[in-house]
Design a protein around this ligand. Structure first.
Ligand code: NAP
Length: 248
């Protein structure tokens, strides 16, 4: 979520009423589909100043997911090759940009709806997963494979085979566990994104310095939120939608 601080809790320092902030709310609490949210101060970071506050809501969840996948879990380094499966989606847009910023060579899979987005994010190679076997041995070896796509377990296992010995497979579609290959030392990691104000602040700095773009596909009034869920359920939601609450 993004918003303006309306009130501070007792003893909260570091912020003032009127500050514009972004944050990834704790998953177990109420969400951000509301005019007001209660947020723990320690998850908040100052909002970027170079994008509209409404659009800044497109950053925290998916930006942190991409950051934690690439840097906390995969320890991506300059010169490495990374395969991002499902790169045209909301997390993928940030993952491609962050991997390029880090000096990696980025191979992206994206269908016709999202190839342009993956290309604009800076992917070095794009594989159309709807017309080719998305992952082929020509792609291998990669140091890191990041899966963001709703694929079958067998397809996830095939991604593992493309990772070099001692490399990493990070998976965000955690309804299926990431496989590992112990013989080759390839680790499969299930990612569960977490709030991290310091990482969020780093993402905001990248945005305000022009090194990270925030892409918003749709801005939808809060009253129309059910239509967005219906679109998602029908598989017709491409890119990031932000929900706009009425201002008080
Ligand atoms: N575990 C966590 O903490 C965590 C955090 C954030 C997100 N997630 C999950 O991570 C996934 C990605 O999130 P997101 O927001 O980026 O979702 P998204 O915007 O829906 O992106 C997923 C992308 O996967 C692509 N795709 C679909 N079928 C594919 C296939 N067979 N092969 C390759 N690509 C395919 C789609 O693009 P095309 O147009 O190319 O088909 C879509 O753009 C979601 O499942 C989300 O729930 C998990």
């Amino acid at each position: 979520m993004s918003g303006t601080i309306a009130e501070l809790g007792e003893g909260v320092g570091g912020f003032q009423v009127g500050d514009r902030v972004v944050g990834f709310l704790p998953m177990a609490d109420d969400g951000a589909a509301a005019e007001y949210v209660v947020a723990p101060a320690e998850i908040l970071a100052p909002a970027p100043t170079s994008v509209p506050l409404v659009d800044a809501a497109a950053l925290p969840t998916v930006g942190l997911t991409a950051w934690q996948a690439l840097f906390d879990h995969a320890k991506l380094a300059a010169g490495q090759r990374v395969l991002i499966n499902g790169a045209g989606g909301a997390v993928g847009g940030y993952a491609v940009q962050l991997a390029k910023n880090a000096g990696a060579y980025v191979i992206a899979t994206a269908g016709p709806h999202s190839a342009d987005r993956a290309k604009a994010a800076g992917a070095d190679e794009i594989i159309d997963h709807t017309t080719t076997t998305a992952v082929t041995s020509a792609t291998a070896p990669v140091d890191v494979a990041l899966n963001l796509a709703p694929i079958e377990p067998a397809q996830l296992a095939a991604l593992l085979d493309l990772v070099r010995a001692d490399g990493v497979l990070v998976n965000t579609t955690v309804w299926m566990p990431a496989p590992s290959d112990e013989q080759r030392g390839v680790r499969g990691i299930d990612l569960f994104v977490r709030s991290d104000a310091a990482q969020l602040a780093q993402l905001v700095t990248l945005i305000d310095s022009g090194r990270l773009r925030v892409d918003v596909d749709q801005r939808v009034p809060l009253a129309e939120l059910p239509a967005v869920h219906a679109q998602a359920a029908a598989g017709a939601l491409h890119g990031k939608a932000v929900i706009v609450a009425p201002t008080a």
